[in-house]
Ligand binder design. Structure first.
Ligand code: AMP
Length: 394
């Protein structure tokens, strides 16, 4: 267990917090501030408990160069509207310089200061020790609350923790609680649903979950590599020819471990990869040539919904089909709906499945939707996240 802000006295201290304010922007305007509101519980807790708060984040990919279009200034301005206290923006292309140090020194309890985009400095992504020290020199305590970058060993996510007492914020605490409990001490039966385009991206996740889950359900483009490995015709569907052996091995492992392994029994097909293609349905044993499976079919939806129904824990990562196209969103919608209606603990990995939950307006009916696509995937692979490992143990 990692220490959190609750385990440390912050009164009268300067606290530097790594947040994930990497918000989507269009022409300088923030189009979705959910990442900012997600950090508010930690920020408000620190302010209410007498700390002065210094926030740092990256925004986009300025590639180690100061680029005005990636400045965090609009984010700092928006933050002013979200919190009822003074917010100072430390406008420095160097992120930390003498002027910023002075601003940090003068910062009073109950005030917030926002640093410039961390990735204006090339040392950030290289986990440069000097930059870590510069950041640490601004404060007395370090808090990491940016789960989305916790799988990266950067100066602001890992390096800085060597120079200050380091604890987690509430967002990381929540991510670790839900992902951790789902994987390590799930209420059973534990059903893991994995989708998305490629088997190769999910091998490590499938392998790790075969040791933990009672049922593994496969959907999305990657299902066709498994079906082909089992001798089914897959037409023009996605297939990773070099993973056919592996697909067989994974199923054998599942059998040996007594894990139920479900593949689509039917698909919704398109005659090409396009929104306005002709569509048809086929069972997995009889997919016609030239067509591609772009979503799970109605019998599969029924099968997968039933598997979720009695679950104690459901973990979902990756869409069941090309849900970006209206004609192929039904499988993903049905799985999302099944999670929403389930009494199980439901955890959705970030990325596309989180986007799908949002698209279908079901966020409030899921126990936890992860804020980090890459980070949650690495966690599910059983990897140690550097941004978490660097924090103090309880
Ligand atoms: P990933 O990035 O691997 O998580 O995969 C997500 C993407 O997989 C989404 O953009 C989906 O449109 C795509 N996808 C899901 N099912 C299929 C499918 N049957 N064929 C092609 N692409 C798919």
């Amino acid at each position: 267990m990692k220490k959190t802000v609750r385990d440390i006295d912050v009164k009268g201290r300067k606290v530097i917090v790594r947040v994930d304010f990497n918000v989507p922007m269009k022409e300088g305007v923030i189009t979705d501030d959910v990442r900012m509101t997600a950090a508010l519980p930690t920020i408000n807790y620190l302010l209410e408990n007498g700390a002065a708060v210094i926030l740092m984040s990256h925004l986009g990919r300025p590639k180690g160069q100061p680029k005005p279009e990636f400045s965090l200034k609009p984010v700092a301005e928006h933050l002013k509207e979200l919190v009822g206290c003074p917010v100072i923006f430390a406008a420095s292309d160097l992120v930390v310089d003498d002027c910023v140090k002075k601003q940090a020194e003068d910062l009073k309890c109950g005030e917030i200061m926002v640093l410039e985009n961390l990735r204006f400095r090339p040392e950030e992504e290289k986990n440069g020790e000097e930059f870590s020290k510069e950041l640490a020199s601004l404060a007395d305590i370090y808090v990491n609350d940016a789960f989305g970058t916790a799988h990266r060993a950067h100066a602001s996510t890992a390096g800085i923790a060597a120079f200050l007492p380091a604890v987690s914020g509430f967002l990381i605490e929540k991510e670790l609680k839900f992902l951790g409990e789902a994987v390590d001490s799930p209420r059973r039966p534990f059903v893991a649903i994995l989708g998305g385009s490629k088997v190769s991206d999910k091998i490590a996740v499938i392998e790790n979950l075969l040791d933990k889950a009672d049922t593994v359900i496969i959907g999305g483009g990657m299902a066709y590599t498994f079906l082909k490995a089992n001798g089914c015709p897959i037409g023009a569907s996605l297939c990773e020819e070099d993973r056919l052996e592996l697909a067989k091995e994974l199923q054998k492992k599942a059998q040996e471990k007594g894990v139920r392994f479900l593949l689509p029994v039917d698909s919704k097909l398109g005659d090409r990869f396009a929104e306005d293609c002709a569509t048809a349905f086929a069972d997995s044993e009889t997919m016609p040539e030239g067509w591609m499976g772009l979503d799970i079919g109605p019998r599969t939806i029924d099968l997968y919904q039933k598997a979720v129904k009695d679950a104690g824990t459901v973990l979902w990562n990756g869409p069941m089909g090309v849900f970006e196209f209206k004609a192929f969103e039904d499988g993903t919608r049905a799985v999302a709906q099944a999670l929403a209606e389930s009494s199980a603990v439901t955890v959705v990995g970030g990325g596309d499945s989180a986007a799908a939950i949002k698209k279908f307006g079901l966020e409030d009916r899921i126990s936890h939707v992860s804020t980090g696509g890459g980070a949650s995937l690495e966690y599910l692979e059983g990897k140690v996240l550097p941004g978490v490992a660097a924090l103090q143990d309880k």
